[in-house]
Design a protein. Structure first.
Length: 672
C-alpha cells in the first residue's frame, strides 16, 4: 500500500501544471481583450473620419444659404427677374460637390432654381404669381440660358407648398426637411433659410437640396478611405443613406434597430456606441456616433467592420497559440486526473455511502478496496457502521429515524397535535390457529401477513407505528406530511386485502383474513416514554376509536370499516362505500356513522353495486322505524351479504321488544 502523503505530493505537482494552464488562459484573455480594444480603436477612428466627411458634405449648405440671404437683403442680388436670379444661382453649382439644387421660393409662390445635372446645368423658373407652370432653361458654357424655355409639366407650381419652404417660412434659422420626393424626380433632403426685409416681412426662402443617391455615392467613395461600410441615419434613427456595400446588406435592418434604440443616447452624450451582430455566419462590429450638422440637427454615422476580414489573421494566430497551450494543459490534466483518481475515487465512494447512511438508506453496497491504507480503514469502518444501523432499523420505523437524521436534532420526549389517518388491523382467528401449530409455523404465517400488509402501507406513504401481537397500527401523514392521507390509508387497506387473497392455505388449512379499522382525526403525535427510552406513536381518543372500528368487523362480518371522517375525506378517491350503521362504541356516548370500504368503484361487480344501493335504502327505512320495508330489502340480501343478516336479526329483536319513542337507531356494542 502507498501512503496518503506520497500521493498528495503527486497531486501538488499536478496542481502546479494546472496553475500554469491558468496563467496561459489569463494570457489568452488579455490578448483577446487587446484585440477588442484594437477593434474599438479602429471603429472610433473610422467614426471620426466618417463624421468629419459627412459634416464636410453638408456644411456648404450653411455657407451658401447665409451668403445668398445676405446678398439679397443688402441688394447684391435682385429678385425682380426669376430667370436672372436662377442664372446667378447656377454659377455657384460648379464649385459645390454633392449639391443637386440651389433654389429660391418667392413669398408669392414664384420659383427660381438651378439644377446640377450629370450632363448639363439648367435653371427652372415659375414666373407667374401664385404658382405658374415650371419651365426649364438649359445653360451654355457661360452659364447663360438657351432660349426658348421648355415646359416641364402642365400643372401649376407653387413654391410655398414645397417642404423646404414650409419648414423655413416661420423660422429665422436654417431648417432641414425629412426625406421627400423632389418635384423634378428623385428623393432627397433640403436645407432652407427664410429671407426677410428690415420690417420682418418674408421675401422668400432659399433652399439647398441633396439627392439621397448623391449622398450614397459619396458614402461609397468614403468607404474606400475608412475600409468600412458606412450608413447615415436621421436623428430619430430613420435611414437616410448607405454606401453601396451596405445598401444591399441583409443585416442593415439590425443596424437600423441599434440606431433607433440608441438615437437619443448618442445625441445627448456625444459618445460612440459599439455593438456586435451576427448575420449569415459572419460577425460584424458596428460603431455609431452622432454628427452635428448645421441647423441644430444631428445625423447618426454608423461604420461596419467585418470582424473576420479585419482581425482574422490576428485571431488565427491567437487560436494556434491557444491550441498549443491547451495541449500542454491537457497533458497536465491527464497526469493530475490519474493521480487524483487514485485518491478521490475511494473517498468519493465512501462519501456517497455516508450520504446514503445519513438518509438512512441502508441497502448493502460493496465498497472497493483501496491501495491507500487510511482510506481502506475508513471504508471498513463505514461498512461496519452501516451494517449495525441496518440491524437497528428493523426495530424502529425507518421514516422516523430518517426525519430525525435530516433535522440534525436529538430525539426528546414530546409531540405535536396534527391530523393523521390511523389504521388498525388484526388477523381473524389467529389465536386459535397458533394453539394448533408450532411457534415456528405461527411466526412464519404472521411474518407473511406482516410482509404483505407492511408493503401496502409503505407503498402508500404510511408508517407502521407498532405491532400488537397478531395485529398492527399504522399512521398516515406522520412523521412526514402526506397529501390526501385518508385516501392513501384506504388504498393501502385494499392493496393488502388483495395481496392476502392470493395466499394459499397455510399449515392447518388456515388462510389469514384481516379485519381493518380506519379513522381520520387529530392526535398527539411524537415521542412517548421515559428519558432513557421512548417510542414514536400517536395518542388520543381518535386512536382508541380506530381500534374499536377494527373490532366492529366481527359484529357485521365485514373486513374494512372506516369512520365518517375518513369516508368523507376520501370521497373523491374512487372508492365504493356504503353506510353500514350508526353506533356508539364502548367508551363513547356520541353516536358515530360507520362505513364499509367495499373496494374501488371501477372494480365493483354488479352484486356489490346492488348491495351498496339496496342496503342503503333498507338502512334508511330502518332509521325511520319502517321495519317492514327494511326487512323486505334486507331479506333479499341475506344470502350474499353478512351485514344484512345482522340488521335483519336486529329488526326481529326489535319486533319482539319494540323500541322506545326516543329510539334513534344507534347501536351500542357490548364489547370492544
Amino acid at each position: 500500500m502507498f501512503s496518503f502523503r506520497s500521493l498528495l505530493i503527486g497531486l501538488f505537482v499536478s496542481l502546479i501544471l494546472v496553475s500554469t494552464g491558468s496563467v496561459t488562459w489569463l494570457s489568452h484573455s488579455g490578448t483577446n481583450l487587446a484585440i477588442r480594444e484594437l477593434a474599438i480603436g479602429q471603429i472610433n477612428a473610422s467614426l471620426d473620419s466618417a463624421s468629419n466627411q459627412v459634416r464636410e458634405f453638408f456644411d456648404p449648405a450653411s455657407r451658401i444659404l447665409s451668403t445668398l440671404s445676405e446678398n439679397l437683403q443688402f441688394g447684391g442680388l435682385g429678385t425682380a427677374d426669376p430667370v436672372k436670379l436662377a442664372t446667378k444661382i447656377a454659377r455657384l453649382l460648379p464649385f459645390e460637390r454633392g449639391i443637386s439644387w440651389i433654389s429660391f421660393g418667392y413669398s408669392d409662390g414664384r420659383f427660381a432654381g438651378a439644377q446640377n445635372g450629370q450632363e448639363h446645368q439648367s435653371i427652372h423658373v415659375s414666373s407667374t404669381e401664385f404658382g405658374g407652370p415650371l419651365v426649364e432653361y438649359r445653360l451654355n458654357r457661360e452659364s447663360l440660358p438657351i432660349q426658348p424655355p421648355k415646359p416641364l409639366r402642365d400643372d401649376r407650381f407653387d413654391a410655398r407648398k414645397r417642404p423646404w419652404f414650409v419648414a423655413a417660412e416661420d423660422s429665422n434659422a436654417i431648417c432641414w426637411t425629412e426625406p421627400y420626393e423632389f418635384y423634378g424626380g428623385g428623393r432627397g433632403v433640403a436645407a432652407s433659410l427664410a429671407v426677410r426685409n428690415w420690417l420682418g416681412d418674408l421675401l422668400g426662402v432659399f433652399s439647398v437640396d441633396f439627392l439621397l443617391s448623391d449622398i450614397s455615392d459619396y458614402l461609397t467613395r468614403m468607404q474606400k478611405v475608412t475600409q468600412s461600410g458606412i450608413v447615415i441615419f436621421l436623428e430619430d434613427g430613420k435611414l437616410l443613406a448607405a454606401s453601396e456595400e451596405m445598401a444591399d446588406a441583409t443585416y442593415l435592418w439590425e443596424i437600423q434597430q441599434i440606431a433607433v434604440e440608441n438615437a437619443s443616447k448618442l445625441v445627448e452624450s456625444g459618445e460612440s456606441v459599439v455593438k456586435e451582430i451576427q448575420s449569415d455566419g459572419e460577425t460584424y462590429i458596428v460603431g455609431m456616433q452622432a454628427t452635428k450638422i448645421v441647423g441644430g440637427v444631428h445625423g447618426i454615422s454608423a461604420v461596419v467592420l467585418n470582424r473576420e476580414k479585419t482581425f482574422g489573421a490576428i485571431e488565427q494566430t491567437l487560436r494556434i497559440s491557444t491550441y498549443a497551450a491547451g495541449f500542454a494543459i491537457v497533458l497536465s490534466l491527464v497526469v493530475a486526473i490519474m493521480l487524483a483518481r487514485r485518491i478521490a475515487n475511494p473517498l468519493r465512494l465512501v462519501t456517497q455511502e455516508l450520504r446514503r447512511i445519513e438518509r438512512f438508506e441502508l441497502a448493502p453496497v460493496a465498497l472497493p478496496r483501496s491501495s491507500i491504507r487510511e482510506v481502506q480503514i475508513l471504508s471498513e469502518a463505514v461498512t461496519r457502521m452501516r451494517d449495525s444501523l441496518q440491524s437497528f432499523s428493523h426495530y424502529v420505523p425507518v421514516d422516523i429515524v430518517r426525519d430525525l437524521l435530516q433535522s440534525g436534532s436529538v430525539a426528546t420526549p414530546g409531540g405535536l397535535r396534527q391530523q393523521v389517518s390511523v389504521l388498525f388491523c388484526d388477523v381473524e382467528g389467529f389465536t386459535s390457529y397458533a394453539e394448533k401449530v408450532s411457534p415456528e409455523v405461527s411466526v412464519k404465517t404472521l411474518t407473511e401477513y406482516f410482509e404483505i400488509f407492511g408493503r401496502a402501507i409503505h407503498n402508500h406513504g404510511g408508517v407502521i407505528d407498532k405491532f400488537l401481537g397478531d395485529g398492527m397500527m399504522a399512521l398516515f401523514n406522520a412523521p412526514s406530511a402526506l397529501d390526501h392521507h385518508p385516501a392513501e390509508a384506504c388504498r393501502a387497506a385494499l392493496q393488502a386485502r388483495r395481496g392476502l387473497a392470493g395466499l394459499m392455505p397455510l399449515d392447518g388449512d388456515f388462510v389469514p383474513r384481516v379485519r381493518v379499522g380506519i379513522h381520520t382525526c387529530e392526535a398527539l403525535v411524537g415521542n412517548v416514554g421515559t428519558a432513557e427510552r421512548f417510542s414514536y406513536t400517536a395518542i388520543g381518543d381518535g386512536v382508541n376509536l380506530c381500534s374499536r372500528l377494527e373490532g366492529l368487523n366481527k359484529v357485521y362480518g365485514t373486513w374494512i370499516i372506516a369512520s365518517s371522517a375518513t369516508a368523507q375525506a376520501a370521497s373523491g378517491g374512487g372508492f365504493l362505500w356504503r353506510l353500514l350503521d350508526r353506533v356508539a362504541v364502548v367508551g363513547r356516548e356520541e353516536p358515530l356513522e360507520i362505513y364499509e370500504l367495499m373496494g374501488f368503484a371501477t372494480e365493483a361487480n354488479a352484486d356489490q353495486q346492488m348491495i351498496s344501493r339496496n342496503y342503503q335504502e333498507a338502512l334508511d327505512f330502518y332509521f325511520r322505524r319502517e321495519f317492514t320495508k327494511a326487512t323486505s330489502l334486507f331479506e333479499a340480501l341475506v344470502a350474499i351479504d353478512p351485514p344484512s343478516r345482522v340488521m335483519l336479526q336486529r329488526i326481529r329483536s326489535l319486533e319482539v321488544i319494540p323500541p322506545n319513542l326516543d329510539w334513534n337507531g344507534v347501536f351500542k356494542p357490548s364489547s370492544k
